[in-house]
Structures are given as structure tokens and as C-alpha cells.
Design a protein around this ligand. Structure first.
Ligand code: ZN
Length: 203
């Protein structure tokens, strides 16, 4: 793993301690109507706080620093690079409920290419933050555009929002599709169509 600079939005002084975070979980357990001191819940605050460390690990990583290590020797390769069906789990910033889905990422190289695992990692780094799907779609596309400076970038995300399936309108089987097309994917209908047909036309 590279060592990207931490970019937590909170400085160390304003970030609550682990003890404070666990106390907050106990408050929510009481709010839900349960007793945080009963046996089954006694270790729950510590577990929830550790789970948060996994779910929100993306705040500690800088996707641009991660993408910056590119491979420039492409021997003239200038065709579309597509990574499709990248599974991700994220959390909606309105309800902190899971957003589960897949991302499709493509770019048209110009001089530089990047290891394909990096494309999947960029998706993960933005997913492991509190998100709205539209913002996440743009952030992934913009990071790739800014660092690789390709001829174009396309990102399509299809996801199910548990804040919609488990509460509120309770609609199951509904997935949301968002896309962000830059450069050739925005300007050239043939390039865009080729990408959409490769990923199976989610729209
Ligand atoms: Zn939500």
C-alpha cells in the first residue's frame, strides 16, 4: 500500500476520542430503547467504533496521491480502458445507511496509464466516506481526470440505497444510476456508446 497523506476533515484537536465515540453509541442504544449495560450490548459500542474505522477509512487516504504513480510507457496504446462491475459499499450522508452497488470506470489514455487495481482503489477510497451517489460519481471522475489527464473519463454507478429500502418509502429492487462523462465520453457519441455497450447499458 502506498502511504497517502491523511486528509481527515477534522484536525486532531477537534476529533473526538475513542471513549467519546463509544459513549455516543451508548446514547444511541438508549435512544433506540435498549439498555447498553445488558450483557449482549456491553461490547457493542467498542465494536461499532471499530466498524466505523473500516467503513470510513477513506477519510485517511488521498486518492490523488494514490493515482499519481502512473505508467507512462504505453507503446502508443490509446484505446479505451474499462474496469466494470467494481463492487463497493458506501454510506449515505443523510442517514448513515449503506449504499451498495457497483461502479464502472473508463478512461481514454493520453500518455499515461495507471494500474487497474488503482481504479478500483479510487472507487473504494471515495466509497469509504459518508456520501451521496452523485457526489461520489463526480469525485471519482474528477480525480482520474486531474491526475491522469486522459482524453476522457466515464464513471457510471448503479447502487441500492438502504435508507430507501429499509425505511421511508420502503421500495425494494430500486437502484439508482448516476454517471459522469468528461472529455471524449461527453463530446463524442461513438465513444460514449462504446463504453455504455461494454458495461451493458444500465440506462
Ligand atoms: Zn439516505
Amino acid at each position: 500500500m502506498d502511504t497517502p497523506a491523511p486528509i481527515s476533515p477534522l484536525s486532531d484537536e477537534t476529533r473526538p476520542s475513542r471513549t467519546e465515540a463509544e459513549a455516543a453509541v451508548r446514547t444511541l442504544l438508549r435512544w433506540a430503547g435498549d439498555d447498553p449495560s445488558r450483557e449482549g450490548l456491553i461490547d457493542t459500542p467498542a465494536r461499532v467504533v471499530r466498524a466505523f474505522e473500516e467503513w470510513f477509512v477513506g477519510y485517511g487516504n488521498d486518492p490523488e496521491a494514490m493515482l499519481r504513480r502512473t505508467f507512462e510507457e504505453v507503446e502508443g496504446y490509446d484505446e479505451m480502458v474499462v474496469l466494470k462491475d467494481i463492487h463497493f459499499e458506501s454510506y449515505c450522508e443523510h442517514h448513515m445507511a449503506p449504499i451498495i452497488g457497483k461502479a464502472h470506470v473508463a478512461y481514454l489514455p493520453q500518455r499515461r496509464v495507471v494500474g487497474i487495481s488503482k481504479l478500483a482503489r479510487v472507487v473504494d477510497l471515495y466509497a469509504k466516506r459518508l456520501q451521496i451517489q452523485e457526489k461520489m460519481t463526480s469525485q471519482i471522475a474528477n480525480a482520474i481526470q486531474d491526475v491522469l489527464e486522459p482524453k476522457g473519463v466515464a464513471v457510471v454507478i448503479e447502487a441500492v440505497h438502504q435508507c430507501m429500502t429499509t425505511r421511508g418509502v420502503h421500495k425494494t429492487g430500486v437502484s439508482m444510476v448516476t454517471s459522469r462523462m468528461l472529455g471524449a465520453f461527453r463530446d463524442d457519441p461513438i465513444t460514449r456508446r462504446e463504453f455504455l455497450s461494454i458495461i451493458g447499458n444500465p440506462r
